[in-house]
Design a protein around this ligand. Structure first.
Ligand code: BGC
Length: 427
């Protein structure tokens, strides 16, 4: 007997996909990730974002493929280093390029969701200390205002900052991402400045749009934290880690009241700084002695991440209870080189949020095509579409066809279960 059963998608749920500028565009040497990739050992396979998917040139082909797959909702990023290549100098031509791309999207019937910051910085900004400094807030505000003033006739939806906690933890605690530092103090400071960037941008974008409709939020990386076993000490540790990783940040970014240890004041006033609850969900963290441990016998992706679909509904419920707004899953996906379990991953995660009990409006699958996966380089494929980086050939994976059928039919049928799911590995 198959464990898979047919189900339908609720009417108000849109299925799309997500990408990030640095991960797909290629051709830019002026950003912090290109600089970081130039030191041996920083990128596991020695690649750099300079090649990536050549999307800067191939965007039309990519959008066409997306549209052929029936994808009508697309989250993508703007590369700050292209827009403001040196401090205070804005490149209108680069901005025009994005406008052309967005116009093309709209012609294909694809609705854009624009990300303003997704992990990478212009070199000049990185050199001056990036989000470690207080000046970063005004500089980000100026960049965001420039971009938004050029897009306000085309776009209605924005993500200000992608995953402040991941940016801060990898760059400032583990030191595995730029700028490669190890300081807990910096971690909180950087999250504080990123929070201020978001609060200002939220307010500014609404002011720029005036009475016109606009939705602004942030893509919040959330995890489920559980103790390794029944030991109450681990349970306590899991709670503390959850708070320091995502609880304090979510509260600060959403309400404007900075939560300890990010801060304790409300610099812009208390309020509601989101129009949707943006959740990036991948995995859970199992805690023992303040460290992540693996539970035995779990299904894992190619990077060893525990596949835990229930986590998505746990987090949606928890966040909705606290913040009461439409939910947009701004990212969810998995690394699966052989495409053996991606279809089941999609099936299981969407099943968690399709009972109609919560207002989940959008789901953006991460990601459209294999890309430059940060410190993993080109060798950690998350794509619905396979990319051969040498030839730049794109091939829709079986999971891509499954997702595309799901979009087209608005349901998972017995035929789709037979075709795409029944051969998936089990725990
Ligand atoms: C990031 C993406 C990344 C994905 C998979 C998320 O944390 O926003 O840029 O590719 O995870 O690792």
């Amino acid at each position: 007997m198959s464990r898979f059963v047919p189900y339908s998608l609720p009417d108000n749920l849109k299925l799309g996909c997500a990408t990030a500028a640095t991960q797909i565009e290629g051709g830019d040497k002026n950003n912090s990730w290109y600089a970081w990739s130039q030191t041996t050992g920083h990128i596991r396979d020695g690649s750099s974002p300079f090649r990536a998917n050549q999307h800067w040139q191939l965007y039309d082909e990519d959008l066409q493929l997306m549209s052929e797959m029936g994808i009508r909702d697309y989250r993508f990023g703007i590369e700050w280093s292209r827009i403001e290549p040196s401090e205070g100098v804005f490149d209108d031509k680069a901005m025009e390029h994005y406008r052309t791309e967005i116009l093309r999207m709209i012609q294909y019937g694809i609705h854009p969701l624009v990300t303003l910051h997704h992990f990478s910085n212009p070199i000049w900004f990185e050199k001056m200390g990036a989000f470690e400094t207080r000046e970063s807030v005004g500089l980000f505000q100026r960049y965001a205002a420039y971009v938004v003033s050029h897009l306000s006739d085309l776009c209605t939806d924005y993500v200000t900052i992608n995953e402040p906690n991941i940016y801060a933890v990898n760059g400032y605690v583990f030191g595995s991402w730029p700028p490669g530092k190890n300081s807990l103090l910096m971690y909180f400071k950087v999250m504080r400045n990123l929070t201020l960037c978001h609060l200002h941008a939220y307010r500014d974008i609404h002011a720029q749009y005036g009475a016109k409709e606009v939705r602004v939020g942030f893509a919040n990386h959330l995890r489920v934290f559980i103790p390794y076993n029944k030991n109450p000490v681990y349970a306590c540790q899991a709670l503390i880690m959850k708070y320091l990783f995502q609880g304090a940040l979510t509260k600060s970014m959403s309400t404007g009241k900075l939560a300890f240890p990010i801060g304790w004041t409300a610099p812009l006033g208390k309020g509601r700084y989101y129009d949707y609850i943006g959740i990036n969900y991948y995995t859970r963290s199992v805690i023992k002695n303040f460290k992540e441990k693996d539970l035995p016998d779990r299904l894992r992706n190619d990077l060893g991440w525990d596949i835990y679909p229930e986590g998505l509904s746990i987090l949606c419920n928890e966040q909705y209870k606290k913040y009461q707004a439409p939910i947009w899953i701004t990212e969810n996906g998995t690394c699966d080189k052989e495409d053996q379990f991606r279809s089941a991953y999609i099936y299981d995660h969407l099943r968690q949020i399709t009972d109609g009990k919560l207002p989940v409006e959008r789901y953006y699958h991460w990601t459209f095509m294999d890309n430059f996966e940060w410190a993993e380089g080109e060798s950690a494929p998350f794509g619905l579409v396979k990319c051969d980086f040498e030839t730049q050939e794109r091939t829709i994976r079986s999971s891509g066809r499954f997702y595309s059928e799901m979009i087209g039919r608005r349901q998972v049928t017995p035929g789709m279960i037979e075709l795409y799911l029944n051969n998936s590995p089990t725990e």
